[in-house]
Design a protein around this ligand. Sequence first.
Ligand code: AMP
Length: 336
Amino acid sequence: MSKESPPPVVLTCAQPSGQLHLGNYFGAIRHWARLVESHTCFFGIVDLHAITVPYIPAELRKATYRSLALYIACGLDPKKCHLFCQSHVIGHTELAWILGALCPIGQLERMTQFKDKSQRAESSFIGSGLLNYPLLMAADILLYNADLVPVGEDQKQHVELCRDLAQKFNQTYSETFKVPDLHIPRTGARIKSLQDPEKKMSKSDPTQSGCLYLLDPPETLRKKVRSAVTDSGSEIRATEEKPGISNLLTLLSACSGRAVSDLESEFDGAGYGTFKDTVADAVIEAVKPIQERYAEIHEDKGYLDEVFKEGAGKAQQRAYRMLSKVYRKAGFVSRT
Ligand code: AMP
């Protein structure tokens, strides 16, 4: 990078679930926390996406603050990046509307996540928000003209749609959007469910004891690790036949920074019980600074509002530039 060129822009968004697990941390957030050192990063808490399924307003508000406090506690330093709330920035829904006008309904109906979520809906009500969700996500991405958009595997199809819509807009009006590259970071560890190590650790895990949350009290973490499913035999080795033990080794390696091969040697001949205790200790130790920082800030609404304010200001500047360009290209009369 030459001295004059500004740092590349990274955008990543997540819904305000208010909960993060060790998979999120080791698979994504720890990596983002490093990106802020060399990139201009925008991290969006996308609350408008959260209303596409039934929800409780007061819970959404709490979860949005909790998510922000958790990101900060995980090392996303607001002095080095812009943490913003989607609904604070004008442009997301406006751009989604414009992209919607270019998108055939069939393309939205074919999205796997729409099909899954509408089939799993608890009532017969399926809001059109669920269908239009990928339009809003495409708008989130395109509004920031980012160089890098880290997304999870499960969002692959939505990013493909976003690329299609960017190309379509460029062809219909004229060159406007950078067509974003799919960037699925391979840097983080893939953590599996402790109860079903064939599946990834996830907050939607039917057995909650398979999921280690960053805010779980130490005793809960220990209990969950102790009850993790293991494999037949007694060797502590990372092999395909031993998905449970392999997962615990990955977890220990992520928490301790030590190579899996070193850990295999260290625990050669040790029993599963001793091994699990070490994993539990390492997990508790790894989340301790996160829990401490969270405890300091999560009730400090003044501080969290300030962070949101700064983030919204910076995000709005960037979003407004793009929205004005889009309006102009699409033939809207500019407001004087
Ligand atoms: P989610 O809340 O499931 O959408 O996850 C947010 C991000 O966390 C994803 O984009 C992944 O990069 C990462 N992630 C989620 N679950 C795991 C996991 N079990 N192991 C590693 N990374 C994960």
